[in-house]
Write a protein that binds this ligand. Structure first.
Ligand code: ZN
Ligand code: ZN
Length: 753
């Protein structure tokens, strides 16, 4: 077996070029004689740098600092692009994302990390498909199997087997016996993965109920102190109530220091936007740490600087069907038509000169077939078709629709019906014609369309991101008092009964507490529930927020997926370009053959074969893509290939060595076969491109939301705990003054402390 690497990699890394201008110490040492060596010296310097960074990153990882490891690898990869040596960085990212996937209980999050690790391993194996990346092949197969387990999709097991086999085909490095042992070990593991994936593919996966971790608090458990706190609250005078809105910063800090220690206190302080113009809420880029206060700005920053997506010329993009047709497809009933009866009906109407009237693609006159099987397959097909016609992102390409129409026209059996009559009714222009197909043909189109299944990631990533986004919403405003004291001024609406909307901006104003709360008239006891509704303090979260690394892993994993979708797009377009060139060159070959047919002097005609050979000889020395492709076409024709091969054909001599003689008939037949095969490939690639574009848009639409940073999520739990403490102290003094006798029973349960 041999390795084919089909993915096209973006050309030349700019930053690598830039690096060449900084030769550090080398400049002084090199003599003019050495300049010829410079390129290779520089290259080895780069290699050394990349390896060094990889080692350092792995050290971070070993010391459980996954975020630093990810950041270093990310930087190295963006500096050196697709340098072969970067494969170790991709591999490390694969390991980190895989470990993260293992750690999480949330199924969606787990899958997201697995997808990121799959892409990382995939890049590692593409950049350097040799003995060094054998580990990546193992990781690749392993992550794919886990994805198959999570999503219960066989495709992932299939891919796991193919990747593991690719790894198995790598030959071990010569010599070293210790390396050999390591090699054998990994190969055994690869074989195990192959066996496992094969078994899983065959087994019907039992649906096991793995409920997602429910973070909701247990209800039921009624807290008796809760009611008492409310009673106490009601008795308080307005001024005391209003005073709850002013959180004394000094006291709060003291409280945190007491309960959680210096480290947590320092982290907490870092999360307070003390300087003017800062906000509670911002958007942070997790690669270059740029902070924006507007979602759109942040999105633009990420797209411009870290995503690098470029759309090809409009003319090179496949078109999707228009809205009118999409609408026809979606509104249809899709019931099979009884063709025998329909035939009689057509003949009858044709005789009388009547036509079938279609309204929005459908005509109700056609007799329905009572055929359960046909109905069922047609229903499934209609669902696939409808799902590709969604209003905002239509992914049904014109070429695919044309293919479907041609296919229907070719395979529809209505003997004795004049074609002209059908054309008059626009029979084949309306989607209902598909309902005339028999079972065999319906099954064929269903299978064909199923190849274009939707990308799981297109729904998975938005689901994870939106969950994160929802969790980052905060309703309460918090302002600050003064310039020196920084008392926190809570939202006065907390003293009322009204429902609060999310505060998406998180501005911080500086007020005097006496000024803004002057006219507040407290109503109800909602604030007591608010104070008690409080998550436990999560020290790790607080520290990550203070250090600006909260969410970094998820952010980088999602970015990997976005970039993976873009690389896929580039490879699709690359393929499409090759197909277009092939189509053009196929036309050229046909023209050459036709020219022989049209020569007036029959004696001057040469065989197609020799005419094509002559053209090839004329092209000797030319290196452009068209020429190379023309040679591929000729070779495919001579070899009687059933489908085009898009590999570049470098060695022209091969043509002359190919096959002894190819009769004219065979050349003609071969040209026809190739054209037909090529024609079938366009709808597929066009649909994949449209599908990919839709996935990309869905991802990019939500991905930047992961940049959201909400400091109130750090601050509020501490404030609530602090206020609980304050309220409970009030209750203690209150109850001890009321009745000293049963104070033991009335002692509040320490629920939240
Ligand atoms: Zn250099
Ligand atoms: Zn950035």
């Amino acid at each position: 077996m041999h390795l084919t690497v089909s993915l096209s990699l973006p050309s030349g890394s700019i930053s690598h070029e830039r690096q060449r201008n900084h030769h550090h110490f080398l400049e002084k040492i090199l003599t003019p004689l050495d300049t010829m060596m410079m390129k290779s010296t520089d290259e080895s310097e780069t290699k050394w740098k990349i390896d060094d960074a990889a080692e350092l990153a792995r050290d971070f990882w070993v010391e459980r600092d996954g975020i630093s490891a990810l950041k270093l690898t990310e930087k190295t990869i963006s500096d050196h692009g697709n340098h072969e040596k970067c494969s170790s960085h991709h591999e490390l990212q694969g390991d980190i994302f895989y470990a993260q996937a293992k750690k999480t209980d949330d199924t969606d999050l787990k899958c997201l990390y697995l997808f990121a690790s799959v892409d990382a391993y995939s890049m590692a194996t593409l950049l350097s498909p040799n003995a060094l990346t054998l580990r990546s092949f193992r990781g690749y197969a392993r992550s794919l199997i886990k994805l198959g387990d999570q999503l219960r999709i066989n495709k992932f097991y299939e891919k796991a087997v193919s990747k593991a086999k690719l790894g198995m085909s790598i030959t071990s490095p010569q010599g070293k016996s210790t390396e050999g042992g390591y090699f054998t070990k990994i190969k055994t593991e690869l074989q195990n993965w192959i066996d496992l994936a094969t078994t899983k593919m065959q087994a019907t996966v039992a649906v096991s109920d793995i409920g997602t971790m429910d973070n909701q608090k247990e209800p039921g458990e009624e807290d008796t102190s809760f009611d008492r706190l409310k009673k106490i609250w009601v008795k308080l005078d307005d001024k005391t109530k209003i005073n709850f809105l002013v959180v004394d910063f000094e006291k709060l800090i003291g409280y945190i220091q007491d309960k959680h220690g210096t480290e947590v206190k320092e982290h907490f302080q870092k999360c307070i936007p003390i300087a003017n113009n800062l906000r509670w809420r911002c958007w942070k880029c997790h690669i270059c740490s740029q902070v924006n206060y507007c979602f759109t700005d942040c999105k633009m920053h990420i797209l411009d600087n870290h995503v690098h997506n470029s759309e090809p010329d409009f003319s090179a993009r496949p078109k999707c069907v228009d809205e009118i047709l999409a609408d026809m497809i979606c509104c249809g009933d899709w019931k099979p038509v009884d063709t025998a009866e329909a035939e009689n009906l057509i003949k009858d109407r044709a005789k009388r000169g009547e036509e079938f009237v279609y309204v929005n693609g459908w005509c109700s006159d056609w007799p329905e077939a009572k055929d359960r099987e046909r109905e069922n397959v047609l229903k499934q097909f209609a669902e696939v078709l409808k799902s590709s016609c969604a209003k905002e992102n239509c992914t049904l390409s014109c070429t695919l629709w044309d293919w479907l129409r041609d296919y229907t026209e070719e395979n529809l059996e209505l003997p004795g019906v004049p074609g002209i009559y059908l054309d008059q009714c626009c029979f084949f222009k309306n989607p209902q014609c598909i309902c005339f197909l028999d079972l065999k043909h319906l099954e064929h189109i269903l299978k064909y369309f199923r190849q274009l299944t939707t990308d799981v990631r297109a729904s998975l990533v938005p689901k994870v991101v939106n969950q994160f986004w929802e969790n980052s919403q905060v309703k309460e405003r918090i302002d600050l008092e003064g310039v020196a004291t920084y008392n926190l001024l809570l939202d006065k609406r907390l003293l009322y009964e009204e429902e609060l909307e999310s505060d998406k901006i998180g501005t911080v104003e500086h007020y005097k507490s006496t000024g803004i709360f002057e006219d507040v008239m407290p109503k109800g006891d909602k604030i007591v529930s608010w104070i008690l509704d409080c998550p436990e303090i999560d020290r790790e979260f607080v520290s990550q927020m203070a250090n600006g690394v909260h969410n970094s892993k998820l952010w980088l994993a999602a970015l990997r997926i976005v970039r993976c979708v873009i690389r896929k797009k580039e490879s699709y377009y690359d393929k499409r370009r090759k197909m277009l060139t092939y189509e053009k060159m196929l036309g050229e070959a046909e023209t050459i053959c036709d020219r022989e047919d049209t020569r007036k002097n029959v004696n001057q005609r040469s065989t197609y074969e020799s005419a094509l050979r002559m053209k090839c000889e004329d092209l000797v020395g030319k290196q452009d893509d068209d020429t190379k492709c023309f040679l591929s076409v000729v070779r495919d024709v001579f070899e009687r290939q059933s489908s085009p091969s898009f590999e570049v054909f470098e060695d022209k001599k091969c043509i002359s060595e190919l096959s002894s003689t190819v009769p004219n008939d065979d050349v003609k037949k071969s040209l026809l076969t190739l054209r037909k095969s090529l024609k079938e490939k366009f709808p597929l690639i066009d649909s994949k491109i449209l599908q990919n574009k839709s996935t990309y848009e869905k991802l990019i639409d939500v991905f930047p939301k992961l940049s959201a940073v909400e400091y109130r999520l750090v601050v509020l739990p501490f404030v609530k705990k602090f206020l609980q403490d304050k309220l409970k102290k009030m209750m203690k003094t209150n109850s001890s003054s009321v009745a000293a006798g049963d104070s033991a029973e009335r002692k509040p349960k320490k629920r939240h402390l």
